[in-house]
Design a protein around this ligand. Structure first.
Ligand code: NDP
Length: 403
């Protein structure tokens, strides 16, 4: 009997609930808890079997502890916001519950993506005999597992990694984000950092651009180098990496809107006084934008997310490309959600399955690439995220635009 508690009833939480409900032999009971219980109930009404719902403020450790003691799940899947990671980890430690998330902790008043706050919990999870699995979404998540899989099966040593995240979908809105708007805009507007020769090199946001043609006719897109949290854990766990970069596609339209919003101060995270009330501009902006869970039925097109890994095998240079392509509309047909939430929620459910089945259950705090990639990769093929691996010519280089 494995009862799971999902915290967060947004775009990703909906997908996790659907997938856990489908896997009834693993997740025998499900509780979906969030700040707004009506959103949990709306998701519950879509599912093929009954689940419990609950209201909780995940910033409040005593409230979380009370709920966990009442429900007694084996594992919490945290798909609320990164601000809640530490409070949920504290509550899991207090109640003896395993933990999993999809995004690293960020303090609400500083856009600073670092694992150190969560890595600091290592000894406490070891002492409690509990597993905390960090970053079990797509990126971070599947992309880390892809890297570990290539390192395990195709190369003796990995030297260069380019993670390429393409969303070729269109939702028809002039400007909307595919996951939580506040987190998305904080991430995209942060300075770029990439790993090179043993250190992180900082450059201005969105200044390095390339053209990338996806396989299987998904299309050709402008991709921009940016910082993404898995660069920190992957450069730590694969010390042979000489360079690691993360690239994401953005349309000209998205970038134009973002530039204007930044220029007028609407992406700022510093509170301002508005008619006697203190408001945070980015939170106000997020309130105006469509919720990611509302984009499901509108989004058409495909995502193509994967890793190009260069290294050596038997003394020869080798370049491997491993990727998944997901169709927004097929995802919607299955779980009433677009592919960004789908590609995040499915790896969260698979990571939870790995822990509950004992395949990845080991005391401590782990980034997903520290676990054996094989059972996870097998389940990606079984549960909706099929992947392919192809060998590229060693002369392959990204088509950089400009200098
Ligand atoms: P949404 O904004 O759609 O959903 C977030 C949910 O969390 C909402 O239901 C919200 O409640 C709830 N929530 C927020 N604060 C609290 C709180 N204090 N207590 C309880 N519940 C709370 O976001 P997404 O579903 O798009 O994203 C969820 C997470 O997934 C984020 O951390 C995001 O960074 C991560 N993510 C990871 C990706 C990956 O590939 N690794 C990709 C995409 C997202 P309410 O409805 O009341 O606001």
């Amino acid at each position: 009997m494995s009862k799971v508690m999902i915290i967060g009833a947004g775009g990703v939480g909906g997908v996790v609930a659907h997938k856990c409900a489908q896997l009834s032999e693993v997740f025998t009971e499900i509780v979906l808890a969030s700040r707004t219980e009506s959103k949990c109930q709306a998701i519950a009404a879509q599912l093929s079997r009954p689940i419990h719902t609950a209201q909780v403020d995940a910033d409040d450790v005593p409230a979380l502890v009370k709920l966990l003691r009442r429900e007694e799940p084996k594992l919490v899947i945290n798909v609320a916001l990164p601000y809640q990671d530490l409070t949920i980890m504290d509550a899991c430690l207090e109640t003896g519950v395993h933990y999993l998330d999809t995004a690293n902790y960020e303090p609400i008043d500083t856009a600073q993506f670092e694992y150190r706050w969560q890595w600091d919990y290592q000894q406490r999870f070891v002492d409690a005999g509990l597993t905390a699995l960090l970053g079990s979404g797509f990126d971070p998540g599947a992309t880390n597992v892809f890297t570990a899989y290539i390192a395990k099966h195709y190369l003796d040593e990995i030297h260069e990694l380019d993670i390429i995240d393409i969303n070729g979908g269109d939702h028809g809105y002039p400007f909307a984000t595919n996951f939580n708007p506040e987190i998305n805009i904080r991430e995209v507007s942060a300075a770029c950092r990439h790993w090179e020769n043993g250190e992180f090199v900082t450059t201005a946001a969105m200044t390095k651009k390339a053209r990338y043609s996806c396989p299987e006719g998904v299309g050709t897109f402008n991709i921009y180098r940016m910082y993404h949290e898995e660069l920190e854990s992957l450069s730590t766990h694969f010390p042979s990496l000489i360079r690691a970069q993360f690239w994401m596609s953005f349309s000209d339209n998205y970038l134009k809107h973002l530039e204007v919003l930044e220029n007028v101060g609407l992406t700022s995270i510093s509170p301002v006084d508005f008619q006697g009330q203190s408001i945070v501009p980015i939170q106000f902006l997020a309130q105006l934008l469509p919720e990611p869970s509302a984009l499901g039925g509108l989004t058409k097109g495909k995502t193509c997310i994967g890793c190009i890994v260069r290294g050596v095998k038997n003394g020869k240079e080798k370049v491997m490309y491993i990727y998944n392509i997901s169709d927004h509309q097929r995802c919607y047909e299955e779980v009433q959600s677009q592919a960004i939430s789908y590609t995040t929620g499915v790896p969260a459910a698979i990571g939870a399955k790995m822990i509950l089945e004992g395949k990845w259950r080991k005391p401590g705090v782990w980034n997903i690439e520290q676990c054996d990639p094989d059972p996870f990769m097998c389940d990606m093929n079984r549960y909706g995220l099929p992947w392919k691996v192809v060998e590229l010519d060693p002369s392959f280089q990204l088509d950089i635009v400009g200098k």
